[in-house]
Design a protein around this ligand. Structure first.
Ligand code: 5PN
Ligand code: ZN
Ligand code: ZN
Length: 255
């Protein structure tokens, strides 16, 4: 039951993008280094990972201008090792969306069932031309083959395990999901994923620039605010240099 659920934040290193990409049409310009991380949900029904970070070699090859920093301990196998797990222990991987900085570690999870939104799989296979960079993770193509026998697409808001809810927040991409996790000993955790990079984006009501649908993106930010109020949940942003230091890091956990 959900009483035993533990949530770990697995640090995955950092990337650099321009300030005008962080705050669409606002900026200011200049390098902004931001964190990437994965969420491990150790649950009685399985070991779930929500997002798997970037693959450093891939970014160095395809997006070197994002100046990836990732130590061995910040790779997915490295961060799992720090909580006493190996990649084969993971039963399910859920990707909020298939941008390279959220699925780069999928290839390590050879024993997992992959779950994503039906529309996201379509968006990934048929991106708009301006989405090309975000969907650049060729290593994920390999992973698709590996996972094909146990690959599930879902639609709508869905409770994938007791107290673990995927919430539709489209706009950043075609089939984007945010994650709400209920815990026994604290208020629920609402992981925005890239529907909102940072608290500042939320406070300024300003999206980032890598979005498929600007208006849908704003509606999804508004939905996140409503969900947080409705569930008295705490929001955890996907790429927030200011808030990230206050998030409890693995091997510590939320429960
Ligand atoms: C970190 C980052 N860099 C580039 C892109 C992109 O082209 O779409 C999404 C994205 C990113 O999250
Ligand atoms: Zn993204
Ligand atoms: Zn991202």
């Amino acid at each position: 039951e959900m009483n035993d659920t533990k949530v770990y934040i697995l640090d995955g290193g950092s990337l650099v993008i321009d300030g005008f990409h962080v705050f669409w049409n606002r900026g200011p310009a200049g390098d902004v280094r931001f964190p990437c991380y994965s969420v491990l949900i150790d649950h009685p029904e399985g070991k779930f990972i929500f997002d798997t970070g970037f693959d450093k070699e891939h970014v160095e090859k395809v997006l070197p201008f994002e100046k990836p920093l990732q130590t061995d301990a910040q790779t997915l196998p490295g961060s799992l090792h720090a909580v006493g797990l190996t990649p084969g222990d993971i039963t399910h991987v859920i990707n909020s969306h298939y941008h390279f900085d959220h699925c780069g570690g999928n290839k390590h999870l050879h024993n997992a069932t992959t779950i994503c939104h039906k529309a996201e799989l379509e968006g990934y296979h048929k991106p708009q031309p301006f989405e090309h960079l975000g969907y650049s993770d060729k290593s994920f193509d390999l992973a698709t083959d590996i996972y094909t026998p146990r690959y599930e697409t879902v639609e709508g808001d869905v409770e994938i395990a007791k107290g673990v809810h995927l919430m539709e927040t489209p706009g950043h991409t075609k089939g984007h999901y945010s994650l709400l996790v209920e815990l026994k000993g604290r208020r629920p955790m609402l992981f925005t994923a890239d529907a909102c990079y940072s608290k500042k984006n939320m406070d300024m009501n300003c999206i980032s620039s890598f979005h498929l649908d600007l208006v849908a993106s704003l509606e999804s930010m508004s939905r996140l605010t409503s969900l947080a109020q409705e569930h008295e949940a705490e929001m955890f942003f996907s790429h927030d240099p200011d808030s990230y230091g206050s998030y409890l890091q693995a091997p510590g956990y939320y429960s």
